[in-house]
Design a binder for this molecule. Structure first.
Ligand SMILES: Cc1cc2nc3c(=O)[nH]c(=O)nc-3n(C[C@H](O)[C@H](O)[C@H](O)COP(=O)(O)OP(=O)(O)OC[C@H]3O[C@@H](n4cnc5c(N)ncnc54)[C@H](O)[C@@H]3O)c2cc1C
Length: 319
């Protein structure tokens, strides 16, 4: 990763210092936490490697006051606000974290080691995406994964839903909120649809195509999907496609520290203060088992910062 001479110099000077909190991740969760931590005048540094989950999206929907803002612009504004308050942000990958004593951690970023009393993991998720030609041409504009984020923008359109497994029927039914033209594509997987589910889908006019997708096609300049081409040559005309193929955690830092995961989701378990099962380690945003929205991630980051601040106060200042 290329860093400027100025960032290298900051890294050299920082590495011997002891931080109140290190934040890993500069998406909405990490930046929101960094902003509050800087406002509480804690010594903090935030690391990121510039790969927010929604980098392919054309606009962040439903973020009050910022509806439709390009994701890169939201984050650039956030980074500027953190820096205006004296917070440090470094573009460097965190490769290792280690607990060396109670509430005392070592963080290794791009080969250099830092010490901190608190750690916030805000490293987000990665989406498992369809591996077919055409996907990246339409992703973020007419191909999506999140109905909460992009369902409204697809209202009254013919929506194709791609996925399999137990949750896909509920996922498909959800689109009836916005349109009465929904087709479920299982990608050739047939085993998971029970007779009851098939009957329910049929009763609500949701067609099921148990076929494998060969390609997504449409107007690539406008990033507008127009049809799904199947491996048997059949075409499905549609205007939007939502997929539900699962996600994976973007980092394994929580595993290095032994943080407990939530049984159902596999995400990082946190208590009401955003603290993980390891004292001094907090988590916020998509890594935790709540709604995966930018505005929720930002709120969790703020909550984490407030509780980290409280935990850092000397006993004499607590009542
Ligand atoms: C295509 C798409 C469209 C979306 N649209 C919307 C929408 O319209 N509205 C909405 O509310 N939500 C939307 N979302 C969801 C939203 O993007 C996420 O909920 C939000 O980004 C989560 O924020 P986060 O801070 O938890 O993680 P992220 O934004 O994913 O940020 C993770 C951060 O961690 C850093 N990182 C990861 N690993 C490391 C490491 N080892 N070292 C250093 N840094 C690391 C990354 O560089 C990044 O800075 C969309 C998501 C996608 C994929």
């Amino acid at each position: 990763m290329l860093r400027s001479a100025k960032q290298d110099s900051i890294l050299r000077n920082m590495k011997r210092e002891h931080y109140d909190c290190i934040v890993v991740g500069a998406g909405p969760a990490g930046l929101s936490a960094s902003l509050f931590l800087a406002r509480y005048r804690h010594r903090t540094v935030t690391f990121h490697h510039n790969s927010p989950r929604n980098e392919y999206s054309h606009g962040v929907h439903g973020f009050l006051g910022h509806h439709g803002i390009p994701p890169a612009e939201l984050l650039a504004r956030g980074r500027a606000e953190v820096k205006q308050h004296g917070g440090a942000i470094i573009e460097a990958s965190v490769n290792a974290v280690e607990q060396i004593a109670d509430q005392h951690f070592l963080v290794t970023a791009s080969g250099e080691t830092f010490e901190t009393r608190r750690l916030l993991i805000a490293t987000g998720l990665r989406d498992l995406t369809p591996q077919c030609p055409g996907f990246s041409e339409f992703y973020g504009v007419s191909v999506h994964h999140c109905p909460d984020c992009d369902g409204y923008e697809s209202r009254d359109k013919h929506i194709a839903v791609l996925g399999s497994g137990k949750k896909i029927v509920g996922f498909a039914l959800g689109f009836l909120t916005w349109t009465d033209r929904v087709t479920l594509i299982t990608g050739g997987e047939t085993g998971d649809l029970s007779e009851e589910h098939r009957a329910r889908l049929a009763s609500l006019n949701i067609r099921v195509l148990e076929k494998s997708v060969a390609a997504l096609e449409g107007d690539e300049d406008a990033k507008q999907l127009q049809r799904v081409r199947f491996t048997d040559g059949e075409l499905l005309e549609c205007e939007a496609l939502f997929f539900n193929l699962g996600t994976e955690l973007a980092s394994d830092l929580h595993e290095m520290l032994g943080c407990k995961t939530d049984e159902e989701s596999g995400l990082v378990w946190v208590d009401q203060t955003q603290q993980t099962s390891v004292e001094g380690v907090y988590a916020a945003g998509d890594v935790t088992p709540h709604s995966q929205l930018a505005v929720v991630a930002a709120a969790e980051g703020a909550m984490a910062a407030i509780h980290i601040h409280q935990s850092l106060l000397p006993t004499a200042r607590k009542l």
